[in-house]
Design a protein around this ligand. Structure first.
Ligand code: AMP
Length: 222
């Protein structure tokens, strides 16, 4: 049974890190819309340049464009056994589009909960690779060299400025709280304490997923 997961959580809640770990553990791709857009920005494509201007201001791209990007990515063969979505959906129309794309396949929704003060602290220290866009692991924050590809580690443009950091949290609150309302009542919604160290978050997440009865098989078990 495919494991389809949406990771929700504010910027710097650790959803990228947890999505990578979970994807590796379960052998399914982690699909990050932020990474897709940052890669596009590096190629200098028309989408990339437009995305960069919005990302640098902490604004969201339009729903229609994002839905198109995700639809194309989910159609690739490596996503047929499941996926971990990181950064999508961010709005209710995006969530509705994902439901339509899945056509009734089960979807697990994980919300990483972290207080704002901790998020700001994390954004200040966060660094990414200028070449492959990987996040620095917390224990390698001081290094200038990416552990994955040896590219140069830099502060993300949208993390560096205090006003942009605050604005991104505001945008998250405004756009994405309705998403929690959209998903919260589902049997497959799980909240995980994201304020713990990454190993503890991963363990809590894994045990919550393991304890979950796959929605698609629930009926056949009776
Ligand atoms: P992230 O790496 O997920 O924090 O995303 C970085 C930036 O990419 C966001 O601040 C938005 O500008 C843009 N972005 C990523 N995913 C989406 C999405 N699902 N909808 C709209 N904009 C997005």
């Amino acid at each position: 049974m495919a494991l389809n997961v949406v990771m929700l959580g504010p910027p710097a809640s650790g959803k990228g890190t947890q999505a990578v770990r979970l994807a590796k553990a379960r052998g399914i791709p982690k699909i990050s819309t932020g990474d897709i857009l940052r890669e596009a920005a590096q190629t200098g494509s028309e989408l990339g340049l437009r995305a960069k201007a919005l990302m640098d201001r902490g604004e969201l791209l339009g729903d229609r464009e994002m839905i198109g990007i995700v639809k194309e990515r989910l159609a690739k063969p490596d996503a047929s056994n499941g996926f971990i979505l990181d950064g999508f959906p961010r709005t209710v129309p995006q969530a509705e589009a994902l439901d339509r794309l899945l056509g009734g396949q089960p979807l697990v929704i994980v919300d990483l909960a972290v207080p704002d003060s901790e998020l700001i602290r994390r954004m200040e220290g966060r660094r990414v690779c200028s070449k492959c866009a990987a996040n620095a692991e917390p224990d390698a924050r001081a290094s200038d060299v990416c552990a994955r590809c040896e590219g140069r580690m830099i502060t993300r443009a949208d993390d560096g400025d205090e006003n942009v950091r605050r604005h991104r949290l505001e945008v998250y609150g405004r756009e994405s709280w309705p998403l929690l309302d959209y998903y919260r009542s589902r049997a497959t919604f799980r909240s995980v304490n994201g304020a713990q160290v990454p190993d503890r978050v991963a363990a809590e997440l894994a045990s919550k997923l393991d304890a979950m009865v796959p929605v698609g098989t629930e009926r056949t078990k009776r």
